[in-house]
Design a protein around this ligand. Structure first.
Ligand SMILES: [Zn+2]
Length: 120
């Protein structure tokens, strides 16, 4: 991570670097998804295996797992969008006003699709 900022005087990412960042982000998300496999499954109704309190804990944990799963899916969709913009040569341009997005912003979040003014 830190090496990104050590590059050429804070210049923006080029397409190759952007793709590498997207690949890394996606790989991390897939690893998280694999590690979380099963955690968002419905909680078993069988209370002989877990007491009342632990069932509530399990439900709460399932909710958190579902939330994390939604967040990962959203992020994967954002990565997919960034890949399509890269392929079309539109990566780094705001999808709303077509102005160039601040390269520092793209470096922090290579999936950013809008400039600062357009992102609410
Ligand atoms: Zn804009």
């Amino acid at each position: 991570m830190a090496t990104d900022f050590d590059n050429a005087a804070g210049a923006g990412l080029d397409a190759k670097q952007a793709l590498a960042r997207l690949d890394a982000l996606e790989a991390a998300l897939q690893a998280e998804t694999a590690a979380a496999a099963g955690t968002a499954d419905p909680v078993a109704l069988d209370q002989t295996r877990q007491g009342r309190l632990s069932r509530m804990d399990a439900l709460q944990q399932q909710q958190m797992a579902l939330e994390a799963q939604r967040r990962r899916q959203l992020q994967l969709a954002r990565i997919g969008g960034a890949r399509r913009r890269l392929a079309r040569g539109e990566w780094g341009l705001c999808t709303q006003c077509a102005e160039a997005i601040d390269p520092r912003r793209m470096q922090v979040d290579p999936t950013a699709s809008r400039c600062l003014e357009c992102s609410d």
